[in-house]
Design a protein around this ligand. Structure first.
Ligand code: NAI
Length: 407
């Protein structure tokens, strides 16, 4: 029976999905390292981790039987992806599962800032009654500028329009406008007339401090800024100054250039104690639903790879989606991307009189992945000979009768 170990309290939705597929699932609450991790890597065909378990090249050397790694989170920087690729191991993650959670938070923060709730809330807790309409606005009819109109940015636009906001966005790539959203030609154009600006770009050299004193000076006076993307995108000192000057009327910031490593470490920011500022501890995507979705999404990718060889969504691998096994056997061959690999494979198959019903090769960098559907299953000897071909990193045979049961 195929064995999978889930570390770091991965959501139960993953165990359920994996068990349904016939796998033996073991779970541990914490992260692992060193000898304990190596034992787990050697004893399981699949491993599920979150961000606290680090899989270095040295760890991956202990993973001779490991077929795939599931990162039950968004990022994959905790895995040495080059080492995993060189070992023929695809790595899967869940890049979209928490996007709705971020979008909902952002839209609700826009309302909170426009109504100046952060400062009214602070005053109420301090026993002060600040009833009044001055400086409080509806979201309806206001302009929201979305910087980065990808998975999250575009969802924010849809939710904001549902409340009657006008949406303008700026992206470096041409994007399909959803609803009535309008593309701006530049960042300056996007922010110039916005009442609220929200950032949804990745951390790249180009987005580092993209919201600096110059861009903040181009904001409409009193506009709000929301950042639930990456901490490097906003020059925090410039934002603090713009808030003190009243150039920016409020801010909701979820991500910071430097964040505490754990909940036990202190959090310090220049934005603390400024009026109309909401500070949250990088929880934009942290909801029960997102965790559940992540469990289902990554488990499904692992099961799909296990039972069909599909690598769609792998972060480090050539992507192939061959569909269910509907021939007697399917051969999955991962090899160093060198000339002659396919010819050598096909020659050995022909020598045993096996006909190729279908074949799909994809390459990525130094890795080649070829999926071959066969009209009969190879003998054990042929399987050994195929695995021993020069440059072969991994070889696996899926037999039609077994593929559904993941055994
Ligand atoms: P995505 O990749 O779907 O979208 C990013 C968009 O930004 C793309 O359309 C891209 O073309 C655009 N872009 C890239 N460079 C740009 C530039 N210089 N100027 C304008 N547009 C640019 O990413 P997704 O999933 O929407 O995530 C957006 C951000 O949110 C990422 O930084 C991600 O790390 C962060 N995030 C934060 C979470 C939190 O807990 N606060 C949770 C999930 C994601």
């Amino acid at each position: 029976m195929t064995k999978v170990m889930l570390l770091e309290n991965i959501h139960e939705s993953a165990s359920e999905r994996l068990a349904e597929a016939g796998l033996q699932v073991d779970r541990r609450a914490g992260a692992l390292a060193g000898g304990e991790l190596h034992e787990v890597l050697a004893a399981n065909e699949l491993i599920g981790i979150r961000s606290a378990t680090h899989l270095h090249a040295e760890d991956i050397r202990h993973a001779a039987n490991l077929l795939s790694i599931g990162c039950f989170c968004i990022g994959t920087s905790q895995v040495d992806l080059a080492a995993a690729t060189a070992a023929g191991i695809p790595v899967f993650n869940a890049p979209f599962s928490n996007t709705r959670s971020v979008a909902e938070l952002v839209v609700s923060e826009a309302v909170m800032l426009l109504r100046r709730i952060p400062e009214k809330n602070t005053l109420a807790h301090a026993g002060k009654w600040a009833k009044g309409a001055a400086g409080a606005f509806e979201a309806r009819g206001k302009t929201l500028a979305i910087v980065g109109y990808g998975n999250i940015g575009s969802q924010v636009g849809v939710l904001a329009e549902a409340m009657g906001m006008r949406v303008v966005y700026y992206d470096v790539q041409p994007r399909l406008s959803l609803g009535s959203a309008k593309a701006a030609g530049s960042l300056a154009d996007a922010v110039a007339h916005a009442d609220v600006v929200t950032l949804h770009v990745p951390a790249t050299p180009r987005t580092r401090n993209m919201i600096d004193a110059t861009v903040l000076a181009a904001f409409k006076r009193g506009a709000m800024l929301i950042n639930a993307s990456r901490g490097s995108v906003v020059d925090i000192a410039a934002l603090a100054q713009a808030l003190r000057d009243g150039r920016v009327g409020g801010a909701a910031i979820d991500v910071f250039p430097s964040e505490p490593k754990s909940n036990k470490d202190a959090f310090v920011s220049e934005l603390q104690n400024l009026p109309n500022v909401l500070l949250t501890p990088h929880i934009g995507g942290s909801t029960e639903e997102a965790q559940q979705n992540i469990g289902v999404e990554v488990a499904a990718k692992l099961v799909n790879y296990l039972t069909t060889g599909a690598t769609i969504g792998a972060v480090n691998f050539p992507e192939v989606d061959p569909g269910p096994v509907d021939c007697p056997a399917r051969l999955l061959n991962v090899h160093g991307n060198a000339p002659g690999a396919l010819a050598a494979l096909n020659t050995l198959l022909a020598r045993e009189g096996i006909n190729i019903a279908g074949q799909h090769l994809e390459t990525r960098g130094t890795t080649g992945y070829v999926v071959t559907d066969l009209d009969k299953a190879p003998s054990a000897e042929l399987e050994q000979a195929l695995a021993a071909l020069p440059g072969v990193l991994r070889l696996r045979v899926l037999r039609r009768d077994e593929a559904g049961a993941a055994s």
